[in-house]
Ligand binder design. Structure first.
Ligand SMILES: Cc1cc2nc3c(=O)[nH]c(=O)nc-3n(C[C@H](O)[C@H](O)[C@H](O)COP(=O)(O)O)c2cc1C
Ligand code: SF4
Length: 518
């Protein structure tokens, strides 16, 4: 029987050389006459160990990493095909502390299964959530999701069950499920990772959303920068359709649901749900005023659920194991698990799924292992480009929607980007304004013009022109953007700017004065 060797196919691992490693193993095995079957799996999300190669042995899957093509000869010499010792040996995959200490509910099969094998998915309890849902009424499914406490993982943290109920109760001849896979936040990759590593869980979650709301058609909207995710999703949809999981008769239930992938060009604002709907309709990605809510008048004017990938991927386990099981994880009003994406200047960058409630300090110092440079941490930006910068003094903040809001921050899509003490926070504040200016859809003045004025004010601060006046102006401008913008792009840009100004005032000292003082 062939020996199974797993080499990830996900974009992160491929960027680190996984394709070359897979080819080198295949070539060497064929030369050595070893019967090897290479499975291209998803990543487990331990990116400092990628490309991580696993071998199936009688004692379970064992891992080696990070592997480069230069290591292949030595790995064969060390008899890695039977799990032999080597300097890159990491032990049994599931025993690697970063993985073992997680509570993987949403990502439970990511890395384990062959992403496009429905048999593999089923063998690992896949589709059991859908099977349960098919025995329930639409109202019962909505109740389970509501009771689980699941809140949208795209950024706003809106209760998923309430959104679904609005669509369920809306009368219409056609309703839609739109999965927001635009994933524009800096430092985030959870959506991509799960689409590349476990696409069937998204398909399952979308079908359940369809059953709950009466929608029979779904779309996954993602960006052109995600070609592998698009390929894997398309292949999985094809497989699911051929197996009768998607189509006119979902698992023989007589209920219909089908879906397809739509690709956007990749504009940050097209992740905003109404802008996304415009983009899907072939229009310019401009934000729509609300009301009407997309739940009542969404895609093509029909009731539409717009949910983030992770929100939808969290649904199958809720239906499989029950609302209470999911709800038991977490703290306060933040229930269940959250896939935290640790990035930036950090030793152990990767995806860590855990119940809400770890402190920011635990995430950065213990799980992330501190900075990759070994220098002290200065700031951590949580929640993407619109998230606040947290200093070390706020490292006791628990990962929870309300606790972050209390400290003028947000969790967003759970991206955590670490900076060491060489970062210049005035430059980061300017960058936030510049990002907003570049990405603004242009519909409202506080964002379109305010962000340009914002960069100019920071430039004046840097040049030391009337610093006190400029600081006051910057705060005033942020106030206007916060309360006067139509959507969160303009409305939340003040968060990184004001947090930088508040927590790192020394970085806003005029540079000209610094030079004069030297
Ligand atoms: C500028 C901007 C960008 C956004 N980008 C994303 C995104 O990339 N992915 C996402 O799921 N939500 C994004 N959102 C939030 C969506 O508008 C929406 O709240 C979300 O898709 C709803 O799904 P959820 O309830 O499952 O979180 C963005 C919002 C704004 C204002
Ligand atoms: S805040 Fe910016 S992105 Fe949002 S609607 Fe206004 S101009 Fe467009």
């Amino acid at each position: 029987m062939s020996i199974k060797v797993y080499v990830p196919l996900d974009s992160g691992s491929v960027a680190l050389g996984a394709d070359d490693v897979a080819s080198a193993i295949a070539a060497k095995a064929s030369k050595a006459g070893s019967d090897v079957k290479i499975v291209r799996n998803g990543s487990f999300g331990m990116y400092w160990l990628e490309p991580m190669v696993e071998v199936e042995t009688p004692r379970g899957r064992v891992a080696y990493g990070p592997v480069s093509t230069d290591d292949i000869d030595a790995l064969f010499e060390a008899d890695f095909l039977t799990g032999g010792p080597h300097k890159l040996y990491l032990g049994r995959t599931q025993e690697i502390p970063f993985l073992k200490s997680q509570s993987r509910l949403t990502f439970q099969r990511c890395g384990i299964v062959d992403p496009v094998s429905l048999d593999d998915y089923r063998a690992n309890d896949g589709l059991t959530g859908l099977e349960s849902a098919l025995k329930m009424t639409d109202a019962e499914i909505v109740k389970a999701v509501t009771d689980s406490g699941l809140r949208g993982r795209g950024g706003a943290g809106f209760p998923t069950g309430i959104k679904w109920n609005t669509v369920r109760e809306a009368p219409a001849d056609q309703k839609y499920i739109v999965c927001n896979a635009d994933e524009g936040d800096s430092g985030t990759f959870a959506d991509r990772m799960i689409m590349e590593g476990e696409p069937f869980v998204l398909i399952e979650g979308m079908i359940i959303a369809g059953l709950a709301t009466g929608a029979t058609k779904g779309y996954v909207y993602t960006r052109s920068e995600y070609p592998t995710a698009i390929d894997v999703m398309n292949e999985a949809i094809k497989v699911a359709r051929a197996a009768g999981v998607l189509g006119d008769n979902v698992l023989g239930s007589g209920k219909a649901f089908d879906m397809e992938v739509r690709m956007g060009a990749g504009a940050y604002v097209c992740g905003e749900e109404t802008s996304l709907l415009n983009s899907m309709e072939g229009k310019r990605g401009v934000v729509r005023a609300k009301p009407p809510l997309p739940a009542l008048e969404g895609f093509l004017g029909r009731p539409t659920v717009v949910n983030n990938v992770i929100s939808l991927c969290s649904v199958p386990v809720i239906l499989e194991k029950g609302a209470e099981y999911y709800r038991d994880y977490g703290m306060g009003r933040s229930r269940g698990t959250i896939p935290i994406q640790i990035a930036g200047n950090v030793k152990h960058g990767g995806l860590y799924e855990v119940g809400f409630g770890l402190t920011l300090g635990e995430i950065v110092e213990q799980i992330g292992g501190g900075t990759a440079t070994g220098r002290p941490v200065k700031a951590v930006q949580v929640g993407g480009p619109l998230g606040a910068y947290f200093p070390k003094e706020l490292f006791d903040t628990p990962f929870d929607y309300e606790e972050f809001a209390k400290r003028d921050g947000l969790i967003g899509h759970a991206g955590v980007v670490v900076f060491d003490d060489t970062v210049d926070m005035m430059k980061q504040a300017r960058f936030a304004m510049e990002f907003c200016a570049i990405e603004s859809c242009g519909k409202c003045t506080p964002c379109r013009i305010g962000s340009i004025r914002g960069t100019e004010v920071v430039d004046k601060l840097e040049r030391g022109e009337q610093p006190e006046l400029q600081t006051e102006l910057l705060r005033d401008l942020c106030e206007t953007m916060k309360f006067g913008s139509l959507c969160a792009l303009g409305g939340f840009t003040p968060y990184p700017v004001l947090s930088a100004l508040t927590h790192f005032p020394d970085d806003f000292k005029p540079r000209a004065l610094d030079i004069a003082a030297e």
